[in-house]
Design a protein around this ligand. Sequence first.
Ligand SMILES: Nc1ncnc2c1ncn2[C@@H]1O[C@H](COP(=O)(O)OP(=O)(O)OP(=O)(O)O)[C@@H](O)[C@H]1O
Ligand SMILES: [Mg+2]
Length: 252
Amino acid sequence: MKTISIINLKGGVAKTITSCNMAHILATVHNKRVLLVDNDKQGNASKFYKVHNYDKLSLSEVMTERHIKLENVIVHTAYENLDIIQANMTLLRANREVLMDTTRPQQNRIKSALATVSDQYDYCIIDNAPDINISTINALVASQDVIIPVKIDNFAFDGLSELIEQIDNVTYDLNQQLTLKGCLVTCYMRNEVNKQGEEWLRNQTEYPVFETHIRRTEKVDESTFASIPIREYSIRCGASRDYLAFVEEYLK
Ligand SMILES: Nc1ncnc2c1ncn2[C@@H]1O[C@H](COP(=O)(O)OP(=O)(O)OP(=O)(O)O)[C@@H](O)[C@H]1O
Ligand SMILES: [Mg+2]
């Protein structure tokens, strides 16, 4: 199983849209067995796949409980080959609890849990919160690949160097397998700001950047209200074709 963290310290850059649609395309177009992990207390990925539920186990218990069976936390989505671990606001408390419990390692709880199902999935995609906290550190420790969605605006590159520093630290201290696969330009519009921002990103050499960018398409917003992955909601729209191309580029 290959584990991918979708992460950016900035909010609203399409981390969740990218996670949910990448998972859906890997499962339905490429026939891969996919586990999506919602690692954000907002629970947006869980809501998108209609599994957000306070009465059921969530990533919080994976973080805090010693003998949890992942089979009891994983739920099927409406899509074949696509399962999910949900998250909700209890993740806030769970993160605090992990930090206070020094009786066992704090940074590899997600990794240890995922190891128990690694032969059941080809890909695990972790949708992270716009933050660095103990559960995002756990995600980075559990991952091999990192993808950073970037939405070009005046603040697009704020926090990017801090995030890269965190990724470098985790790579150095805890997980030598971690690779930054690239930044992914999302919500792309054909205007001067986007052109210049993208050009700047492509001209720097510090971070790799995916060739594919994801066009801004109203259909994406609509698809979140309908809770339908973009390839089912509107197969021909720009974002739908771009996400397809992006996943292909990632797989190459
Ligand atoms: N290609 C796109 N075209 C149009 N709208 C988009 C596109 N991608 C994302 N959006 C919209 O941008 C908003 C933010 O997307 P999303 O929730 O995925 O961001 P996020 O990075 O996960 O945010 P957060 O940091 O709050 O978790 C949503 O309203 C979504 O519908
Ligand atoms: Mg999100």
